[in-house]
Every structure is written in C-alpha cells, then in structure tokens.
Design a protein around this ligand. Structure first.
Ligand code: SF4
Length: 327
C-alpha cells in the first residue's frame, strides 16, 4: 500500500475543506471498500480524511419522512424500529447486502459510494476505462457474466453493486450533501451516473462534497414489499440481479401505487418507472406482474456471458411482486 496522510476532523466544514483543497484526498468512514482498493493499488489517495467523528449518524423523524445520517451503520439502519415500520423495503435490502460483520462497519454514505466489483477494475494489469481512462474495457470482450444489460456504453459495462441503493431509488429518496459551495439536495435517481464517455465518474458529486444524510419520504409502502436478490451464495455475494418491489393494494386487490427497481443490471440502481405505471390500476395477479416484467425488460441487451439475465430478470421481477403482494 502507498503511504498516505491521515487526518480526523470533528467538524463537517473542516472535513470538506481538507478534501476540497487536495485533489488527492479522500473521505473514509467504514473503509470496507476503499481499504481493499488501496491494498490492490486501484485507488491511491495521498490523504485520508476520516469522517467518523462527525455528528452524522442519527436516524430521525422529520416532517414528511425519515432522515438517515450518512454515518449511520448499515446494521443500525436495518435494525432501527422506525425504518422497519415505515420503510421495511430498505431494511430488507440492507440485510440482503454483504455480511453481518461488514454491515457493522459500513455506513449509508459509503454504501452509496462503493465501487463496481468488475474484476478488471480490481486487476491493475488489465485495461479498464473506469480505473485508468483511455485504456479500454477488458469486460467488453472478456468475462462479462456479472455485467450490465441496461444503460451501458462502449466505454464501460459495469454494474453498481449496492443493494441498499436499489431500495432507496425505488423509495424516491433524496441525498443531502454539503460542499465548498454549500449544501444541496440530489434526487437519489440522479445521484449515480451512467458511464457514457466518463466511466471514471460513478456519481454526480462535485469535488469536496460530503454526503450528510439521506431523506426518505413517508409513503404507503409499509406492508407489501420485497427485496429479491439472486446470487451464487446466500451467505454473502453480490447480486447477479436483484429487484426491489413495493405495492399499495386496496381492499379489492387493485394496485393503487407501485415502486420497482433493479440492481445488478446497470451502472446505477435501475428504476423501472414504465413497469410501475403498468401495474397501477390493475389487479395484483401473476398475469399483471408478468405484463409489468415484460415492460421492465424492454431495451435490455446482453453480452456474451450474461444473456441469462434476460430470462432471470423477468422471473425475478414476478417473484418479487408475488412475494410483496402476499406479504
Ligand atoms: Fe473497467 Fe467498466 Fe470495463 Fe469493468 S466494465 S473493465 S469497470 S471499464
């Protein structure tokens, strides 16, 4: 590992200043991804700004919803009574991610900022436009069974690995950030980016901006929810593909509102807005769910080794919706 400086500020502005003034500085919280990347030489920050002493770990009620501090641990959020009662989809997605040990270290902000698990990104002997812009994409013609079927470019076909973020995009969350130009809010759907010509940028954060909290508005999705994660090891593995599903169903079994998003299919958590519209006003039946799944998969395109996702995707959507409806 390369040598680096280490500072531990106690005020958010001091942390923001430390990173904003130094392009080689990085925030660190749980470090469950960044330390791995540093050990492998994928990321080589010259300064780490430890933000664990900042007062950003609260989970609290605010007008119209919940505010979750950026430093709240994944395990604390998943176990929080307010989260479980008001946003159970988020608790399910968090508990599907990583292992108990990692959830006890990883923070909400860090979860959003974790980097892709594309094997070529982690292997510094291989071409990778995300790690080293202009070197090419090893996965395009390589082993791409974990890779994207939506929203990719000819520069990068990686997927975002977070489970939590799939639930947050479905729940219309908003990211609160603070930076050199002051605070601002970013709709969760706009927080992560598609790769385009600049796959080295995972998010729309500006240099020096610090995530301070995530806001989730109250909604009707307190009962009929499910997070369906398909993976190769139930104990601990990243998603081949996942589905966050939430339904509001009235007394006549009619769907009043729906939220649907997928993970493991794109460079960002993939909201399925057209499929949601296809569900509203329909009976909560398997036939309705299959029709919505067909809408959801429109435009999907596979590479040599990930064509299985074109079949797995609609099946996982139907399974998620059936389980949510029965909850
Ligand atoms: Fe790098 Fe993206 Fe290609 Fe993977 S898919 S090798 S992360 S450019």
């Amino acid at each position: 590992m390369n040598p680096f400086q280490y500072v531990r500020p106690t005020k958010p502005q001091a942390a923001i200043d430390a990173v904003a003034k130094d392009p080689n500085a990085k925030f660190i919280a749980g470090g469950t991804n960044l330390v791995d990347l540093m050990k492998r030489g994928v990321m080589t920050p010259q300064k780490l700004v430890d933000i664990n002493r900042l007062p950003l770990a609260q989970i609290e009620r605010q007008a119209g919803g919940l505010r979750i501090g950026a430093l709240a641990l994944n395990s604390a959020v998943a176990d929080d009574p307010q989260v479980r009662a008001r946003q159970p989809l988020l608790a399910l997605a968090l508990n599907a991610g990583a292992s108990p040990q990692l959830r006890n270290m990883a923070t909400v902000g860090g979860n959003m900022l974790q980097r892709t698990r594309c094997a070529y990104f982690y292997d510094t002997s291989m071409p990778c436009n995300k790690r080293a812009p202009g070197t090419g994409c090893g996965a395009l013609e390589g082993v791409n069974r974990m890779h994207a079927i939506f929203g990719f470019s000819d520069k990068c076909i990686a997927v975002h690995p977070s489970d939590m973020s799939v639930a947050l995009v479905a729940l219309d969350a908003t990211v609160q950030v603070s930076g050199p130009k002051g605070p601002r809010s970013i709709p969760f759907a706009d927080f992560h980016r598609l790769p385009g010509d600049t796959p080295e940028k995972d998010t729309n954060l500006e240099p020096g901006e610090l995530i301070t909290a995530v806001d989730i508005p109250d909604g009707p999705f307190t009962k009929h929810v499910h997070y369906q994660k398909v993976r190769e090891r139930a104990s601990y593995a990243f998603a081949l593909l996942s589905v966050a599903a939430a339904l509001d169903i009235d007394g006549t079994n009619t769907i009043k509102a729906a939220r649907l998003a997928m993970g493991g299919v794109a460079h960002k958590p993939w909201r399925l807005a057209a499929a949601e519209q296809a569900l509203v006003g329909k009976p909560a039946t398997e036939e309705t769910f299959r029709q919505a799944a067909a809408v959801a998969m429109q435009g999907a395109k596979a590479f040599k080794y990930n064509a299985y996702k074109l079949k797995m995707g609609p099946n996982a959507i139907v399974q998620a919706l059936k389980t949510a409806a029965a909850a």
